[in-house]
Ligand binder design. Sequence first.
Ligand SMILES: Nc1ncnc2c1ncn2[C@@H]1O[C@H](COP(=O)(O)OP(=O)(O)O)[C@@H](O)[C@H]1O
Ligand SMILES: [Mg+2]
Length: 375
Amino acid sequence: MTPVRDTTAGRRIVVCVGSGGVGKTTVAAAIALDRALAGGRVLVCTIDPARRLANALGLTSLGNVESRVPDHKFAEAGLRAKGELHAMMLDGKRTWDDLVARHAPDPARRERILKNRLYQQMSSALAGSQEYMAMEKLYELATDRDYDLIVLDTPPTAHALDFLDAPDRILDFLGNDAARVLLAPAIGAGKLGLRLAQLGGGYVAKTLARFTGQAALSDLGDFLQGFQGMYEGFKDRAGAVRALLSRPEVGFVLVTSPSPISIDEAMAFHERLHAESMPVAGLVANRVTPDLWPGAAPLPSPEDLASPLGERGGNDRGFARRLAETLAEHQMLAAAERRALERLFEAVSAPYAVVPRLESDVHDLRGLARLAERL
Ligand SMILES: Nc1ncnc2c1ncn2[C@@H]1O[C@H](COP(=O)(O)OP(=O)(O)O)[C@@H](O)[C@H]1O
Ligand SMILES: [Mg+2]
């Protein structure tokens, strides 16, 4: 068994986190494929996969639809799955709508919220909402389906920690006391619906309207009104999602590149997960410069290289020198990356895997299976 494979083997939910572009989506798909090959019934939830990877997984449409990777895709890659691999692309907006539908007390209220312009903007743009919605969807899948393993990819945000804060931010917004106070004159006691006439009367409302426009203000009032009474449902749900994430069957896999920024972010993420009692299962250092001259042996001199290069090395002294220099530079880079990663491996006491930078992108099942071997 390899370290990350080993540590994720007993888990039912694996969440891949890390800064943008480090390989989260790729690693998530590789972990899922690996378990499916070994016989598991697996679902990978991806977010914005590269087109070719989406194709390889047989994903053609957005919108929270699970679809099974067909056998012929495995056969084309020279693989045979003992289990099943299902994949889907997460759609944050759609998850919001589902959530509203679930909590709305009646169809009229549901329609009123879904049609609200402010809601439409917020559900697709509110900071952190995409992160939170990924977790929300995970909760639903983990509760309603019977996969042996669900692997969740996370959005390509600059701040990988956003999803932990997102529920609070969303709840703050929905239960926004400031907005309630400001709109209080308009939302009269016992009155349903926002009375624009009344709203226009208050000084604060007048001022707000001047900046935001009457329509926007009326949308906001209507929106908060629409959510009245649903706040508790949302809050309970966010609590349940959080509780799920700290269960032992869940494992976070931190993915990082050897770049200092990405390592710092992985460190910060680890600290945060630890503080929140969320289980870190393992660490993947991805796209690492391979060590071409392992051990402590001194690097070859141009003279050392000249003779194995044969005729070319003999005829062109400059060629052997350039090759020796390139190797030395390469090794320096590999050593610097290694040192930076050691710092991380020491700080995070979890099993880790080092995956080299491969010659080409990983965009098909065969490439994913090969990458999984290194996990
Ligand atoms: N070990 C690797 N070697 C070479 N290319 C890689 C490796 N891991 C990932 N990639 C490529 O890097 C790009 C970004 O990976 P991706 O998984 O989409 O990152 P993220 O989801 O973290 O933004 C993709 O084109 C992917 O094929
Ligand atoms: Mg991604």
